[in-house]
Design a protein around this ligand. Structure first.
Ligand SMILES: Cc1cc2nc3c(=O)[nH]c(=O)nc-3n(C[C@H](O)[C@H](O)[C@H](O)COP(=O)(O)OP(=O)(O)OC[C@H]3O[C@@H](n4cnc5c(N)ncnc54)[C@H](O)[C@@H]3O)c2cc1C
Length: 490
């Protein structure tokens, strides 16, 4: 376990994003401290929130060594069915996604957090609970944090960096005076989890457009089904849990699709915001997860986007802390991940607008006609790809001149998936950036074997100068003699 004074990075908040950040830093050998003001131990009793893990998150979870447990606890969802007024009008499949995880995994956030925390503990780091960040003051070289310990004592400690993964009401964001631009949606959301006797395929999540609203119906691993959606008929107070509409909607679905349900559990009404932090960083302090972006839970993107924030942030911190890169490398964290946050907030907002307009009879018939047509077109595939986040790219981070300079079909900022198939001929997945390493892809086509071997050896020497931060993969069109430190793929 890192002692408080050894830690170089303070992580504020031990939700899924803080835990992922802690694991990634520890795997890279960077001592960190992780605190949480609450005493909760992740469990079923705790409201489970995120239910859907998408492909890119699962790839990251493979990389940090938790995928086996996550898969064991989760339930594979192969696609999404769309129901309008009781009829299944169309569907979207995840099966064609070019990834080792061509599905969405249904797993309650409480289980995800338990697995992440167990992994962090296995690596020797433990969450300090009932330990609250109270203040931070930055200088050029470090951040001084004031932390309230469980016994009330105020501790002052300096860190090289602070990561704020402290959720929607982020104290870190407030202390940095970073505005959380956006607003709250008019309507509140309803959520219930229960056992349904259903006609819906059990490996599909479903979007049910009913009389007054639109509900997501998602099978859970324990055999229950989560039903959640906006209560578009009212603008009721958050605390009021009046489930009449929800109850009617479920019954309506039951009548239409032979579904009956028993005693809903986890009945909740909650408010939804669309907000994006104006900045993701202030000098040595960074925001990730809900501290940086919140949006409608439709599409299940919040936790997934946050995990990718953590992934992007930690490889940068790793290089900067180990003095393999200058501090300027940190600037692109905001450029890349704020853009990703914006895309998510904007995309989910569009969906919310569609739901609102869906209340009129005319737009309902448009939905009836247009939705199946849209899904059959490339839009359905695009939707599955967008949800999975595997094709997310950072092209916008490069100028036109930079793109033109390289002048090739692959653009700067493209994901590796656009460049090579994710699975090789032996069926092995090509892991992207494992443990924060950069990947050099060398394409052997049109090169003589001898010349290629010379170039590869030069590359290996360069990589060694950078303490093996690089991984070299030869994409060969024919078998060739192995070269130390070069992985080969046919
Ligand atoms: C109903 C619902 C359904 C959802 N479904 C999905 C889904 O299917 N897929 C998906 O990807 N996302 C989903 N989300 C969103 C997802 O739950 C969040 O994006 C996720 O919890 C964010 O994790 P986080 O670690 O950033 O923040 P949080 O989980 O909010 O954790 C923040 C932590 O910081 C701690 N903290 C706060 N202030 C301090 C302080 N000053 N000092 C120390 N600790 C502090 C808190 O105690 C808390 O433990 C859903 C959300 C809701 C509400």
């Amino acid at each position: 376990m890192n002692t408080e004074s050894e830690a170089q990075v303070l992580i504020v908040g031990a939700g899924p994003i803080g835990l992922t950040t802690g694991i990634l830093l520890t795997l890279n050998g960077i001592p960190c401290r992780i605190i949480d003001k609450n005493n909760r131990i992740p469990s079923k009793e705790y409201f489970s929130r995120a239910l859907g893990l998408h492909a890119r998150t699962l790839e990251v979870f493979e990389d940090i060594g938790v995928i086996k447990n996550i898969m064991t606890k989760g339930r594979i969802i192969n696609g999404i069915g769309f129901y309008v007024e009781g009829r299944r009008v169309t569907g979207v499949s995840f099966r064609e996604l070019p990834t080792s995880y061509p599905f969405m995994l249904s797993i309650p956030q409480s289980d995800t957090e338990s697995i992440l925390e167990a992994r962090l503990n296995e690596l020797g780091v433990f969450v300090e609970r009932q330990t609250e960040l109270v203040d931070i003051v930055q200088s050029d070289l470090f951040v001084t944090a004031q932390i309230r310990l469980p016994d009330g004592f105020l501790q002052t400690q300096a860190y090289a960096f602070v990561v704020g993964t402290d959720g929607f009401r982020s104290k870190v964001r407030d202390l940095c005076n970073i505005p959380f631009d956006g607003s709250e949606y008019e309507e509140s959301w309803l959520l219930a989890e229960s056992y349904l006797s259903r006609d819906f395929p059990s490996d599909e999540a479903n979007v049910v457009i009913s009389k007054n609203s639109c509900f997501a119906v998602v099978p859970m691993p324990d055999g229950k089904t989560r039903v959640t959606g906006p209560d578009t008929s009212s603008m009721k107070d958050v605390d009021e849990v009046d489930l009449t509409l929800f109850d009617t909607a479920l019954k309506e679905m039951g009548a239409l699709a032979n579904i009956s349900y028993t005693d809903p559990e986890q009945v909740t009404r909650f408010r939804v915001h669309k907000r994006l932090a104006r900045h993701y960083a202030k000098h040595r302090v960074f925001l990730a997860g809900d501290a940086a972006h919140v949006h409608s839970p439709g599409g299940g993107q919040g936790l997934n986007t946050g995990v990718l924030d953590a992934y992007n942030l930690v490889w940068r911190l790793n290089l900067v802390i180990k003095e393999q890169a200058t501090f300027a490398l940190m600037d692109d964290y905001e450029v890349e991940r704020r853009h990703a946050g914006e895309v998510t907030v904007f995309g989910t907002d569009k969906a919310m607008q569609m739901l609102r307009s869906n209340r009129s009879a005319m737009s309902k018939s448009i939905t009836n006609l247009v939705l199946p047509w849209l899904m059959k077109s490339n839009f359905g595939k695009q939707l599955a790809a967008n949800m999975s986040q595997i094709f997310n790219h950072y092209r916008h981070n490069y100028t036109e001149q930079e793109q033109e300079y390289y002048n090739c079909s692959i653009q700067l900022g493209d994901p590796l998936l656009r460049v090579v198939p994710p699975i090789d001929v032996a069926g092995d997945p090509l892991k992207i950036q494992p443990n924060g390493k950069f990947t050099f892809l060398v394409f052997s086509a049109h090169m003589k074997k001898e010349a290629l071997a010379v170039e590869l050896k030069k590359l290996v020497t360069v990589a060694k100068n950078y303490q093996n931060f690089f991984r070299i993969i030869l994409i060969a069109d024919a078998p060739m003699q192995s070269i130390p430190d070069v992985e080969s793929r046919l």
